[in-house]
Design a protein around this ligand. Structure first.
Ligand code: HEC
Length: 162
């Protein structure tokens, strides 16, 4: 019995240290899809419309301002639509809701739903995770206007001349 006790204590001490290593262990490694999402948002021209001042600054708007929506409308036969504040939107909706939006929305100028549909599912997820990881920021973009209503904001005409 005398010899069993130290062995049992040793086992207990080992179990305790393993448990504490688990709880105080190194931070979980970041989701690799987040870095991929940043790359895709950059190359996907999302900032051109959804980040105020992106083009004017030659793409130097700090990350903290990315995807906060724009008051510059896009006006055409459908009325005027505004690039949404995706930072707020992605805090509100789930990743699955975003994936279904990509599958089902479209034909709504000038948003690039048709291009997003061509991405692999993991790339579509990556865009969501990256923008969501930036956190909520800014205010909602102005509400869309029906055709015939004159916008009170600046806008771009997107009507082809034939
Ligand atoms: C040419 C301008 C333009 C580009 C480029 C663009 N968007 Fe948009 N986006 C818009 C406009 C305008 C709307 C609002 C109309 C709509 O919902 O279809 C919109 C809507 C959205 C919405 C819907 C938000 C909501 O409230 O329902 C999301 C999300 C979004 N864009 C993400 C992106 C991402 C991600 C990219 C890059 C791959 C991108 N957009 C590129 C103009 C653009």
């Amino acid at each position: 019995m005398k010899r069993v006790l130290p062995a049992a204590l040793l086992a207990l001490a080992f179990a305790a240290s393993a448990a504490s290593a688990k709880s105080s262990g190194s931070a979980p490694s970041p989701d690799p899809l987040i870095a991929r999402g940043r790359y895709l948002v950059g190359f996907g021209s999302c900032n051109d419309c959804h980040t105020p001042g992106w083009r004017e600054s030659d793409g130097t708007v700090p990350l903290a301002q990315w995807m906060t929506g724009s008051k510059l409308g896009y006006r055409g036969p459908w009325g005027t639509s505004y690039p949404s504040n995706v930072r707020l939107e992605f805090q509100r909706i789930s990743e699955d809701a975003w994936l279904s939006m990509v599958r089902t929305r479209g034909g709504h100028w000038p948003m690039v739903w048709h291009d997003l549909r061509l991405l692999a599912l993991d790339d579509q997820r990556a865009i969501y995770r990256f923008v969501k990881s930036l956190g909520a920021k800014g205010v909602p973009a102005p509400a869309d206007l029906p055709s015939g209503i004159e916008p009170s904001t600046p806008y771009i005409w997107v009507v082809p001349h034939t």
